[in-house]
Design a protein around this ligand. Structure first.
Ligand SMILES: [Zn+2]
Length: 212
């Protein structure tokens, strides 16, 4: 697939973890990283709720401690939670013990079998340790919602051109991404529904690879 897919993930990890869900149904898997944050997460939840769409939120443990009501709202509305670390460490720049401790600190708070490494990066030793504990989920398409050098319309065209059964798309429910997300997310949901896709959350499972 095009270079936007597996965007950022180092080549040696491209055989590892889940990049796409095996499904015969027309389902898309929206994921939101780095939250919760008050305005962006509320916007995402309101938007999903309007069309009864489900998604997965790879939350920061630290932000979850800060905004427990948003974390509870995500869960109460039937979405899946994933662990994204206590803070947003880059595994390649962090020694393995510090990195694993940070992921476990996040796990104590968010309690999910799913883990997505911040930046999609980690050392191979970190991967082998974490895969014993977690189902490691990457993505099929990284939206550029955080990127101020592209427009939301350009991001939308890239995502549209890759829509297919079982793809996992990354967004960010953060203040930085919020501006583009306000247009991008409703546009993708509308287009996906017109193409008869439904929006599902990832199964909260240790099964490797994830399938439905
Ligand atoms: Zn992240």
């Amino acid at each position: 697939m095009a270079s936007c897919c597996q965007y950022y993930v180092p080549a040696y990890l491209r055989w590892a973890g889940t990049f796409r869900i095996k499904t015969n149904r027309p389902e898309l898997f929206l994921t939101f990283d780095d939250g919760p944050s008050p305005k962006a997460t509320s916007f995402v939840l309101d938007t999903l709720q309007q069309v009864d769409a489900k998604a997965t939120f790879f939350v920061s443990g630290k932000n979850t401690e800060q905004y427990p009501e948003l974390f509870n709202r995500i869960k109460n509305e039937g979405h899946t939670i994933g662990n994204h670390g206590y803070t947003h460490l880059n595994g390649l720049k962090t020694d393995t013990k510090t990195y694993i401790d940070n992921i476990n600190q996040g796990h104590k708070i968010v309690q999910s079998p799913l883990f997505r490494p911040p930046y999609g990066k980690m050392k191979i030793a970190q991967y082998f340790k974490l895969r014993k504990q977690f189902n490691i989920v990457f993505w099929t398409i990284m939206s550029r919602d955080f990127d101020t050098t592209t427009t939301w319309q350009q991001d939308f065209e890239i995502i549209k051109s890759h829509l297919a059964k079982g793809i996992i798309i990354v967004f960010h429910d953060t203040p930085k991404a919020e501006k583009k997300l306000k247009n991008l997310l409703p546009a993708i949901i509308k287009y996906g529904m017109e193409q008869n896709f439904s929006f599902q959350c990832l199964p909260e499972s240790y099964t490797k690879p994830l399938s439905r």
